[in-house]
Design a protein around this ligand. Structure first.
Ligand code: IMP
Ligand code: MG
Length: 189
């Protein structure tokens, strides 16, 4: 496939149309689950979840508010450190609230385990997780999303919010990053 990004993208894993369709289906399930419940606080994990959060929210028909956290387990490389930090906290008090964590991808699981624990400690009424992507092969800690879009192979992906070194979040699809591309850079460090 020829794109402007053909230098860095090996192939498109999930195209724009498939993303939209899957997110509509996830929203339908989530609408059903929350239809007789109190308002829901959507907690987006920045920055990777922005595109997913926006597309999901457009399809929700429940009382909901949006808030965001920056939780980072990644430095500038492609491997998780297991060292999770909260860099930006929520504005909304989630005590007694229905909370839905919105995440781009579950990889090792450290980020979500820590984030979920943290929100439970604030006495949220309930904490659920929706993730667009899941790489089950890479899991190091036990954490299961309540709703998940696509299970993907153990490849580094970019686009639709996901980055490599803060780049490529703008791609409208999910693409597999060429190994040669980041291995060259890692070697050069
Ligand atoms: P975890 O703590 O290892 O589960 O890491 C989750 C976070 O790592 C995600 O929120 C992403 O920001 C990032 N991440 C994991 N895998 C990828 C990937 O393939 N591409 C881009 N970011 C990723
Ligand atoms: Mg993330």
């Amino acid at each position: 496939m020829i794109t402007d990004y053909s230098e860095i993208i090996d192939r498109v894993l999930i195209d724009e149309e498939s993303l939209k369709l899957k997110i509509k289906q996830l929203a339908k399930t989530i609408n059903d689950y929350y239809k007789d419940k109190d308002e829901v606080i959507l907690v987006g994990i920045l920055k990777g979840s922005v595109m997913f959060m926006a597309e999901l929210a457009k399809n929700l028909k429940i009382d909901m508010k949006m808030d965001f956290m920056v939780v980072s387990s990644y430095a500038e490389n492609t491997y998780s450190s297991g060292n999770v930090k909260i860099l930006k906290d929520l504005d909304i008090d989630v005590k007694g609230k229905e909370v839905l964590i919105v995440e781009d991808i579950i990889d090792t699981g450290y980020t979500l385990r820590k984030t979920k624990e943290n929100l439970i400690n604030r006495e949220a009424k309930d904490v659920k997780i929706v993730t667009l992507l899941d790489k089950p092969e890479r899991r190091e800690v036990e954490i299961k999303p309540d709703w998940s879009g696509f299970k993907i192979p153990n490849e580094y992906v970019v686009g639709f919010g996901l980055d490599y070194d803060q780049l490529y979040r703008n791609l409208p699809y999910i693409g597999i990053l060429k190994r040669s591309f980041y291995e060259d850079i890692e070697d050069a460090k």
